[in-house]
Design a protein around this ligand. Structure first.
Ligand code: ADP
Length: 546
């Protein structure tokens, strides 16, 4: 028997409609690329998004066409984002940190017709535009006064084309399963692959992300998404915040400790989200200046593992609740979030932090399990670790144009490429990326766990662990360390600090000090580059074993 409820398609345009109607005066504050702080509202964004849709229609864009943005988190970016999606086109967020060749590949592969570009990134597109034959127009996201003398062919000024319209535009009534967003994975191996979100998957993900044990946003919240809209949809925040009428504070181009602190403080931010490297910069700034964060209630840390020391400082010194999150572009991106269960509230703080270092529990709509190499499910006992498999309505079923072939197993599970444990209470902990795990004497060593321990040393700014070939053990861990500015340390000093805190056979065989650890376009440690750099490295223990 068929249900008799209204068939109300889940389209993202309904999110901005709702925000404008019921939270119209709620602010979206931006540190603009031009410099000053600018303020707008959901009502104004709603109007200007419709003007964007009109301007794109005038440029010949139709439903199903792909329109790209290469932009920071700003109010204008939201206008472009909702305008593109609202008219039934697909919003392709380009990551400006990718190499030029990768950008060329992505823009052509996606068949981008128009690119919205922030002032900062105009030179990137100028340099590659001759290799982008299908791009008809570039829209520079600024006003006439700040328009650069650009070589971009067909360069248009955002404010001019938007303000020339009247906003009388009716959102496209596309099927809820129609594509609306596109984001490429960074492609550490091979070409980047396109993850194509639908209206439905984005709406479902926003609702799931907004649940109390996930982001738990409320209309009274003020959220600062430091995580970029060009990286996995800013973890869904550009949908989740307007859906509840939370105020948004957009950091624009400045993500250093001082700039982020200023926004947190002046705009009385209650929730914020970013990768650990951003929090490292903020914590260093706070330590240097003695500044505090009285209004900040919670911080979401994800993208890479949050070290215990970072969680402890937020919780103990700044009285900020930490939520560790895990996900991936293919998952829209949120998979798990580390909210404590009710019965954990009475645990001593140390025990609570034991839970918070784990990446968290699956949010509703995400199914999750771990399997062995043969695909057999492993127990959720917090000890067994295996391949982390997921499925759900906001998880990729295929990549754009079928790249990579069939990515699901026969039961519809997607292999995340991560290795993890799941405990009895459902908390998942990432051991490693499958390709980064160190195989020593037939057993696995988690590089993440050693890294997170090493960064707890007061002199260590950043740490990475890679496996180095070993004649006896196959691989042994090498700890690579970047020291904090002005610090010096010996190998013994670092190892002594770690001694007793991890299993003896997990202890790195050597420590290498370097000036900088390379990062991927999404801010993760580039293990591949490190393995390349240290490919002829000989561990002292290797000689002994020979
Ligand atoms: P990329 O484009 O680099 O794949 P993603 O954001 O999609 O960017 O990366 C997803 C991967 O990032 C996950 O598969 C996992 O390996 C890693 N990751 C994300 N969050 C965490 C976390 N909290 N702890 C450890 N690893 C994480």
């Amino acid at each position: 028997m068929k249900g008799l409820m209204q068939n109300w398609p889940l389209r993202v345009s309904s999110i901005i409609d709702h925000a404008a109607r019921f939270h119209g005066e709620r602010e979206v504050v931006t540190r603009s690329v031009e410099g000053p702080i600018v303020r707008t509202t959901y009502k104004a964004i709603h109007l200007r998004a419709r003007k964007v849709a009109q301007a794109l229609t005038r440029l010949g864009i139709k439903e199903g066409d792909v329109v790209a943005t290469m932009a920071w988190n700003t109010g204008r970016h939201m206008e472009a984002w909702y305008g593109i999606m609202g008219m039934g086109a697909v919003c392709h967020t380009l990551n400006p940190r990718l190499f030029a060749e990768q950008l060329v590949y992505i823009v052509n592969h996606a068949d981008d017709k128009v690119i919205f570009v922030d002032l900062t990134f105009v030179p990137i597109l100028e340099a590659i535009q001759d290799k982008l034959p299908n791009v008809k127009a570039y829209v520079v996201m600024t006003d006439r006064a700040h328009m650069p003398a650009t070589k971009l062919k067909g360069a248009l000024c955002f404010e001019e084309i938007v303000e020339a319209e009247n906003g009388e535009f009716k959102w496209a009534e596309v099927d809820e399963n129609a594509a609306c967003g596109l984001c490429y994975t960074s492609g550490t191996t091979g070409n980047p692959k396109g993850v194509l979100y639908s209206h439905r998957s984005n709406v479902l993900h926003s609702m799931a992300a907004n649940m109390g044990d996930a982001l738990g946003l409320k209309s009274s919240d003020t959220i600062l998404p430091v995580v970029p809209m060009f990286h996995a949809n800013a973890w869904g925040i550009a949908f989740a915040a307007p859906a509840v009428g939370a105020k948004i504070v957009m950091p624009g181009a400045n993500m250093d400790g001082q700039s982020i602190y200023e926004l947190l403080d002046k705009e009385q931010v209650t929730v914020t989200a970013a990768v650990p490297t951003v929090w490292l910069m903020l914590l260093q700034y706070l330590e240097k200046t003695g500044a505090m964060l009285p209004k900040l209630d919670r911080v979401v840390i994800g993208g890479s593992a949050a070290p215990r020391s970072m969680i402890e400082i937020f919780e103990k010194k700044y009285d900020v609740k930490v939520f560790h999150a895990w996900g991936m572009t293919e998952m829209s991106p949120m998979g798990t979030l580390g909210a404590l269960k009710g019965d954990m509230a009475d645990l001593p703080l140390e025990k609570q932090i034991d839970v918070k270092v784990k990446q968290g529990r699956a949010i509703y709509t995400v199914e999750m399990k771990i399997t062995d190499d043969d695909g057999k499910e492993l127990p959720s006992d917090g000890k067994a670790f295996g391949h982390l498999m997921v499925r759900g309505p906001a998880i990729a079923g295929a990549y754009l144009k079928g790249e990579g072939g069939n990515i699901l197993d026969k039961d519809g599970w997607f292999d995340t490429g991560d290795v993890a444990t799941i405990d009895e209470s459902g908390y998942m902990q990432i051991t490693d990326r499958a390709k980064d795990v160190i195989k020593s004497g037939g057993e696995w060593i988690s590089s993440i766990e050693i890294e997170n321990l090493a960064v707890g040393h007061p002199k260590v700014a950043e740490a990475a662990v890679i496996g180095i070939a070993h004649p006896k053990w196959d691989e042994r861990p090498l700890l690579i360390v970047v020291l904090k500015e002005g610090q010096s340390a010996t190998k013994e000093e670092i190892l002594h600090y770690m001694d007793g805190k991890i299993a003896k056979w997990w202890m790195p065989d050597d420590v290498a000090f370097i000036d900088e650890i390379p990062h991927t376009a999404t801010g993760k440690i580039q293990k591949l580059a490190l393995r390349e750099k240290f490919k002829s490295y000989k561990l002292p223990t290797a000689t002994a074993a020979e």
